[in-house]
Structures are given as C-alpha cells and as structure tokens.
Ligand binder design. Structure first.
Ligand SMILES: [Zn+2]
Length: 291
C-alpha cells in the first residue's frame, strides 16, 4: 500500500510543471487584423450551423486507439467527444460525426493551417510544435473569423475557420483513464472542441473548459459547461440571427460581409498544481515548485 502511494506521487511529480509557465491567453488575444480583439465573444453563425460542421480528424490518431475505444456506433474517441457537444444542447448538432478521416497536416507555422489549408477544418498531431506557441501547451485551437457588430451594438467574432493541433512534441496522450503519466486524449479533445465552438476558459475546477489540465484528470462530460454553450448559442445568438436578417427595422452597423478578419489562438496549459491521486481519491495537493 505504501509503495503504491509513493508510486502515485512520483507519477504526479513527473507531470508537474513550473508555475510560471501556466499563463493563459484569452480567446482571440492575438489578431491578424489591425485592431485587438481581446475578450470578444466568438461563435459560428446560425446559418453556418444549419448543417453540422465538417471537422476532419487526422488518421494519425487511429493507431493510438484500441477496439475498445470505439462506441457501438463505431465512433472513435474524438468523434465521441464531438457527439457530447452535439448532445450538450438542443440548439444545434455542431459536428458532423460521419466524416472520413484525413491525412495528418503538420505545418511549421500555425498560421499555415489557415493560409495553406483554409478550406479544411481539422484535428491534427504536431510532432515538432510551433516557435510562437508555448512548448508547455498541451494543445492549441486556432480560429479565424470576421469581426461583426450585432444588432444590439455588441461586437463579436463570427468564426469562419478553426483547427485543433495537439502537442505530441512535448506530451503523450492516452485513452486509458488510469494512465496517469499521459494526458487524457478525450478530455483534451472535449476542451479544444469547446474552443473551436467559441468558448473561452471557465475557471470552475470541474469544468472541461478550465484553463489547465493535469495528467491524471479525466473530464469526459459537459455537466459544468453546458450552460455556457447554451448562453453562447442560445439567447445571445438572437442578435446574430437578427443581424443576418437585414430587413425591416433592424439596421446592422456593419455589413455582414465586410467584417475584418481576426485570429484567435487558445492554448491549454498543463496544471501548475500538483494533485496526488490514488485510485481516484485526492490524497495531496500543493503548488508546483520551480525547478
Ligand atoms: Zn483552453
């Protein structure tokens, strides 16, 4: 028993990273346009979501999955996480689940996933990572969108392109919830797909959209996040819908087609806290020390 606790601590310590590295960028914090878009809400338009988004999955993930990872519909772990977002609200089916996988894309510049491959939204592996993204980031979601002004005068970003890239240069990922030395791939996917839909970070410790993740954490349900997605695409989206219907009394302050293109990059950082779990029970928690 004592040996088991020691082993669990060692595994947890290996996954701890210096606290100074756990900085997070807010959604849309970097901009390819001329003005800053910090803090602007981002979402897909209701017209774009009138049919589910086609987000391709790299076939490079296939070899990581075992037969037991597929559900009764034949969906692998990544599609299963898309399905959870689809089921999180009755407003939309966000993702098309029945897509063929595609060959992996690995560009040295993050922006090339848009500039070289703008027609495809995808989930890819990177084995080399990017010079302008923290090497400590577990994954990154990059999106491009048009800056819009809703009929109520509030500004937002209408997403037109998004990709998710996982940092296989620095980390290992697993579908085995008891492999505490690797990060839970379904959890990371569920988190990044939330960004792809426009959600920012939500600092509730049990939320999938919490800004950091530890290697022993497994969060494969959206119980603490479904209100946020409903808010983003529910009542708030009424303004977006009325913007698209430019007849009658509603006069949008900017034309729907001339929005400035903006870029958002959101990183998921490993947890700066060391939490030591043993058989699913928290036995110790402390701040990571600088090494
Ligand atoms: Zn994140």
């Amino acid at each position: 028993m004592r040996l088991a606790i020691l082993l669990a601590c060692l595994l947890a310590l290996i996954s701890c990273t210096p606290e100074t590295e756990t900085t997070n960028r807010s959604p849309a914090s970097s901009s390819a346009g001329s003005s800053s878009t910090t803090g602007l809400p981002a979402r897909w338009s209701s017209s774009k979501l009138s049919s589910p988004l086609s987000v391709k999955v790299s076939s490079a993930f296939d070899t990581d999955f075992t037969a037991g990872d597929y559900d009764s519909d034949g969906y692998g772990p990544i599609r299963q996480m898309m399905k959870l977002w689809n089921e999180s609200t009755t407003l939309y089916d966000f993702f098309n689940l029945s897509e063929a996988n595609v060959g992996n894309r690995e560009y040295s510049n993050l922006t090339d996933y848009y500039y070289q491959d703008g027609a495809q939204f995808g989930i890819y592996k990177s084995n080399s990572w990017f010079s302008d993204v923290s090497s400590a980031a577990l994954a990154v979601t990059q999106y491009y969108g048009n800056k819009r002004t809703s009929s109520t005068g509030s500004q937002y970003v209408e997403i037109i392109h998004a990709d998710i890239i996982l940092n296989y240069a620095s980390y290992t990922f697993t579908t085995d919830r008891f492999d505490y030395g690797s990060y839970d791939l379904p959890t990371v996917m569920l988190h990044e797909l939330g960004h792809l839909l426009g959600l920012g970070h939500y600092s509730h410790p049990y939320a999938v959209m919490a800004p950091t993740l530890a290697s022993y954490e497994v969060k494969r349900d959206l119980f603490y996040d479904k209100t946020n997605i409903a808010n983003l695409y529910g009542s708030n989206n009424l303004a977006v819908k009325s913007l698209l219907k430019t007849n009658g009394a509603i006069t949008p302050t900017s034309h729907p087609d001339d929005g400035e293109i903006v870029r958002g990059v959101i990183e998921l950082m490993p947890s700066g806290d060391c939490h030591h779990y043993l058989e699913g029970k928290l036995i110790e928690s402390h701040k990571a020390k600088l090494r």
